[in-house]
Design a protein around this ligand. Sequence first.
Ligand SMILES: NC(=O)c1ccc[n+]([C@@H]2O[C@H](COP(=O)([O-])OP(=O)(O)OC[C@H]3O[C@@H](n4cnc5c(N)ncnc54)[C@H](O)[C@@H]3O)[C@@H](O)[C@H]2O)c1
Length: 259
Amino acid sequence: MTVPTQLPSNGSFSFSGRTALVTGGGRGVGEAVAREIHAGGGRVAVSDFDLDAAEAVARSLDPSGETAMAIALDVRSKDDFLSARDRIANAWARVDIVVNNAGLARRTPTQDISPEEFDEIVAINMRSVFLSCQIFSEHMKANGYGRIVNVTSLAGQNGGTVASPHYAASKAGAIMLSKYFARYLAGTGVTVNAIAPGPIDTAKGRLSEEQIARVEAEVPVGRFMEVGEIAAAVALVASDRGGFFVGATLDMNGGLYLR
Ligand SMILES: NC(=O)c1ccc[n+]([C@@H]2O[C@H](COP(=O)([O-])OP(=O)(O)OC[C@H]3O[C@@H](n4cnc5c(N)ncnc54)[C@H](O)[C@@H]3O)[C@@H](O)[C@H]2O)c1
């Protein structure tokens, strides 16, 4: 089987004149999405609760800071979302695109998951999507334009391959929030959609050789998704041309789940 090489951020979609906020942009999928939007001519606020990582990505995109900035944003905090919105609006007039990408998986055995850990995962993966959509729907509605893309998971559709219950449930909630806000905003120029990825190559560092081989054997296409592939899908939905995606869940799972 041919294994494609890492796809570069090639800016296939134009983001000229657009501004974007990406959460969890310090590495992995969020970093790839930030690079894709920037390569398409957009201005990008790279946010993460790891500010050093966000700064490194933003600096590599544009050391002058004119078209890329770093923002400390913990997606558990409504105040952080509000101040990110204000900072971007002050610098670049408005926020056109929000990619809610930050997420966390814990593989704690089911019987050992504490109520606190359950709440933490829900706050990071699901409540964050609610807070972000709540805040940016008002801002975007007032501008008559917006694109919100929520990075969810195959785990939120069918339980996934190795997902824990709090992770799967929180991602299912994020998919439903995408549908809710899509309807809530339909006709305002603002769209909301979800991407539901299966295994992505960013997860390889967290898995043993044996687990990697097991996942590859399980995925019909025989490999993990590359970050460039999910970045391209986010770009499509987040672009001006993505306006007819409304409340969609884009399946990107290499054939693991067909519906
Ligand atoms: N990797 C996979 O196989 C896979 C599969 C399906 C879905 N996803 C989802 O895709 C998204 C990105 O995954 P990834 O593999 O790039 O993850 P990653 O762990 O490599 O990167 C996540 C980023 O989010 C940041 N982050 C974590 N908690 C945060 C918080 N509370 N506030 C702000 N930032 C925070 C981290 O600092 C990190 O930079 C996540 O939502 C994840 O659940 C991943």
